[in-house]
Design a protein around this ligand. Sequence first.
Ligand SMILES: [Zn+2]
Length: 297
Amino acid sequence: MPELPEVETIRRQLAPVVEGRVLDELRIADPRWCLPLVPAAVREAVEGRGVERLGRRGKYLEWVLEDDVFLLLHLRMTGTLLLGSRDAFAPPYERARFVLDGGVADLRFCDPRRFGTGELAVGTAAREAFFDARLGLEPLSGELDGAALHRLTRGRRAPVKAFLLDQRRIAGVGNIYADEALFRAGIHPLRPAGSLTRAQAERLAAGVREALTAGLAAGGATIDDFRHADGVRGAFQDEFLVHLRGGEACPACGGEIVKFVAAGRGTYACERCQPRPRRRARSARAGARSGRPRQAQ
Ligand SMILES: [Zn+2]
């Protein structure tokens, strides 16, 4: 699934193409794409409006149209946005097509598994409510530092990997960048989020920012169907430190990278650099449940 660096890579490619143009037409081939609204209602709201900006929040791409009309796209598992000239280009699995004025190429939303979405928000209050219900801190905006991450993890007994994947805490991190960030921070993915010390929270916040920044610099990662808007694949998969590297040598200590399941996802770590959490005594667990402070490990 595309994560923040992949979505931001697409945004950077498309922004110069679409900003300042008029969205003449939005052809919605699959009515499921724009649920809960019907295609006609979405078309009526967006067609003929100028494109002020193409933005991003978490893994959402955001068409900012005239008069505070917003179309919020999520690529989910297999969604891609591809630019192509009008006649010669017929990519498979097209679910929606953006037709812009000025003779620029059409933009196709292609999506074999059909989990991607295009949702309408009319007015800034509706947009804020949409994102507030779904997304937490924006990790590359300056909001994510050690203090903020430490505060968010207090009282959370779930594994820190599950915490990182929860979009309502930190937006934009998925399976790849969670593994890479935890390795950079030297923190085991199964460690309870609430047990992080302040210093570890500091390292993890930095690890998240560094992993995302490295992904962006490489144009994102391609492990499934992700492609840039011009069809080119990202290259970050060649730079993974641990993700998908089970059985290989840890780049820091030379130990073996292991694969296991955390937060229901295939997870990679070096258990020398990222020590597995020790089992806690029953009394310590009870203390955690009641929210009483306990000594940091
Ligand atoms: Zn190691």
